[in-house]
Design a protein around this ligand. Structure first.
Ligand code: NAP
Length: 294
């Protein structure tokens, strides 16, 4: 029986992913930040699907919480066949985490980097395992979500600002998709770098589709207001889960690594994500940023 660990399973795409897989022969583990929601999900899986899932509590806005969760995972699991780095949010305004990093950068990227590095170092992710990083088309500065930033922040969008990773020197006001875009670009660059560094397992990134979910509901009053319309007019996040499963099976069948998928299709990501020097630079920087936790 294969095992799968899914981050962000208490809502949206991750939630559908778990429910689809509850009918398969995967042993499911998930990571959530809210104990009540996690317990509710375990109960729902038990009652509706006669399935016993296990979870680990972890808040990706707090690196020490990631470290604590990793310690528990290492005690409970010998191998993870599939790691789906899915948890994430869109924050349209500038804000910082517990660890003083810009929110999207840490939650969507850096905390998952820490989780994954620890699992790799401890050989929980090992030969023939696969990692799927749930990124977004929004990583591309040319995507419509970034059209405002293409004008307002044209010098910053579409690149990792290595000299000022937290944008401390900028004085951001108002609405910007740039923080989210940068975090999703970092996920893809990291995917490409990891796939070159480790040939014994598979690492890929996916844009799961534009889907109605809670992904913008923590983006202030506007995010909360728009969320019901987002769910009404966009496709169900179940489709995102189906796309991830399609890619996951294809990767195992065809031994694919270091690719970006747009929904079910292998696709090209934004040209700058292929810059090898920047990929290395980002990897080194990320290692330094998580150093005291790894
Ligand atoms: N929906 C789209 O159109 C779309 C498009 C492209 C990419 N994506 C990506 O797909 C992934 C899943 O998003 P979704 O659309 O399913 O959104 P969602 O419904 O908001 O689900 C996000 C999940 O991440 C968890 N999460 C958020 N912040 C966290 C934190 N600090 N610590 C731990 N867990 C945290 C949430 O936990 P709670 O349940 O506790 O809130 C939830 O389970 C994200 O990475 C997103 O960027 C989505």
């Amino acid at each position: 029986m294969k095992s799968i660990l899914i981050t962000g399973a208490t809502s949206g795409i991750g939630n559908h992913l778990i429910k689809i897989l509850a009918n398969s022969d995967y042993k499911i583990y998930f990571i959530g930040r809210n104990k009540l929601k996690c317990e509710k999900l375990v109960e729902e899986l038990r009652n509706k699907y006669s399935y016993k899932a296990e979870y680990f509590l972890c808040d990706f806005s707090d690196l020490s919480s990631v470290k604590t969760a990793c310690n528990k995972i290492l005690k409970s699991l010998k191998k993870i066949d599939v790691l789906v780095n899915n948890a994430g949010k869109v924050y349209f305004s500038y804000g910082k985490t517990h660890d003083n990093f810009e929110r999207c950068f840490q939650i969507n990227y850096l905390s998952h980097f820490l989780l994954t590095e620890i699992l790799i170092q401890n050989k929980i992710i090992t030969e023939h395992s696969q990692i799927i990083n749930v990124s977004s088309v929004a990583h591309d500065p040319k995507s419509s979500i970034n059209s405002l930033d293409g004008i307002k922040n044209k010098d910053l969008i579409g690149k990792i600002n290595f000299e000022d990773i937290n944008y401390e020197k900028e004085n951001f006001r108002g609405f910007s998709g740039m923080f989210y875009s940068r975090s999703k670009m970092a996920q893809i660059m990291w995917t490409y770098h990891l796939s070159k560094k480790h040939k014994d397992f598979f690492v890929n990134a996916i844009h799961p589709g534009l889907l109605g979910s809670n992904v913008i509901n923590e983006s202030g009053f506007l995010g909360k207001l728009i969320t019901p319309f987002f769910k009404l007019f966009f496709r169900s996040s179940k489709e995102g889960a189906e796309n991830i499963i399609y890619v996951m099976n294809k990767v195992f069948e065809e031994n694919i690594s270091g690719k970006y998928f747009s929904e079910k299709e292998e696709s090209k990501s934004f040209e700058k994500t292929y810059d090898l020097d920047d990929q290395k630079k980002l990897y080194k920087l990320s290692q330094n940023l998580i150093n005291k936790f790894s």
